[in-house]
Design a protein around this ligand. Structure first.
Ligand code: ADP
Ligand code: NI
Length: 210
């Protein structure tokens, strides 16, 4: 990017550039990390941050929004060992301190890094983790899991590794990993939907076996 352009960038420009970067970067993904996931996580994170602000906890929106848009850019399924988030922040001329806070927000949020009971230090980490996990729950969570299972040739249910197995190994544990009151509130609704889906699926499979 042109040096003069970079120097005059505002927060809105950084977000816009990063949204465009993320949309390009995630456009060919089939692992459940398409740009639609990134955009939902970004919007959910903003919404949760607004609710947190109303109860008196204020997140740094520049850090949170950039972290949300870049949170899966270097996921091992997309860009193993990559530094594309860091490279992108540098290319926009973001000051190193803010860039480091963005990267520090992204680092611990992956389920594989932090497990079902993560310990987070900053409000931005908590909000991003909640927003990311909410996207694996509820109707969206069911749709993503079924799509992932189909793309990987897995059976929906039965023996061996199945999509329904993933609900029990991961999706039903996410409610317990929520970090903010507003994330937990939405997680309760989405968790109930996961349980209703599993119960109804079981009922229909039993019905067809009678
Ligand atoms: P995150 O976006 O938090 O990094 P993952 O990479 O674990 O999440 O998964 C991306 C999406 O794919 C999620 O919706 C998740 O439920 C789904 N998924 C991951 N592994 C499986 C699996 N083994 N079976 C079904 N769905 C899966
Ligand atoms: Ni994600």
């Amino acid at each position: 990017m042109d040096d003069e352009l970079v120097q005059n960038m505002t927060m809105e420009d950084w977000i816009e550039e990063t949204l465009a970067f993320a949309t390009r970067h995630h456009s060919h993904d089939h692992s459940g990390h398409g740009s639609d996931h990134v955009v939902r996580v970004w919007q959910t994170a903003r919404m949760l941050a607004e609710k947190a602000r109303l109860r008196g906890e204020e997140a740094d929106l520049t850090v949170l929004e950039l972290a949300a848009l870049l949170h899966d850019a270097d996921d091992h399924k997309i860009n193993p060992g990559g530094h594309s988030a860091e490279d992108h922040l540098r290319s926009m001329g973001l000051d190193p301190q803010t860039a480091e806070r963005v990267l520090d927000t992204i680092r611990p949020i992956s389920f594989s890094v932090s497990g079902a009971h993560p310990q987070f230090c900053t409000l931005e980490q908590k909000l991003l983790s909640d927003a990311d996990k909410l996207d694996a729950m509820g109707a969206i969570g069911v749709a993503r899991a079924v799509a992932y299972g189909a793309a990987h040739g897995r059976a929906l249910y039965g023996s061996g590794e199945t999509t329904i197995g993933h609900f029990h190994q991961k999706l039903l544990l996410l409610r317990e990993a929520m970090q903010t009151p507003e994330g937990l509130h939405e997680a309760e609704t989405r968790h109930r939907f996961l349980e209703d889906f599993l119960n109804e699926l079981e009922r229909e499979v039993q019905y067809s076996n009678k």
